[in-house]
Design a protein around this ligand. Sequence first.
Ligand SMILES: [Zn+2]
Length: 175
Amino acid sequence: MSEDTLKIEISFPVKVELTQDDMRQLDAITGEICDRYEVAHPGRVMWAAGVGSKILYMPMTRDEELAGKHMEFDDAVFAIDCSEREDFKWPCAKCEFTQGDHQDCILDPPAGNCEFEPKSQEPRPIQERGLVPMHVYLSAVDGRQKMRAALREARAKVKELEGLLSGKPAEAIAN
Ligand SMILES: [Zn+2]
């Protein structure tokens, strides 16, 4: 598969409601894309570093902060910003040091002038990265989808019951 996408954009002609569940699902999709990137790029990590209203302005210096400039957000845009970098704990195929001990990551590296090469045979350190074997991962994704479907059904049922209790048809409660 080719890696061509840098950004996903969804625009609405008018303001719409974005629920907590929508946000969770968008965040989950982002996490899945990041996980897939990590599988394809041994020695790198990618994660959603910022989630929420789009940041329009962020003071970068102390002077700006002292001048009373604060962060500015666009609350009409829900944004997820991902970061990517070396996985400092990833072992090197050539020396016994981790990537974080190499010259690209720190000054005076314990690995000397060894050019880091990700150890490819090494299984991902699951306990550190929170990654599970692909088949478990896929069944978990499937499980989440089933759970969401069950949740939707349960919500519909609750609405129906609320309707019965208040003596109104469910449609009247839903609207
Ligand atoms: Zn090395």
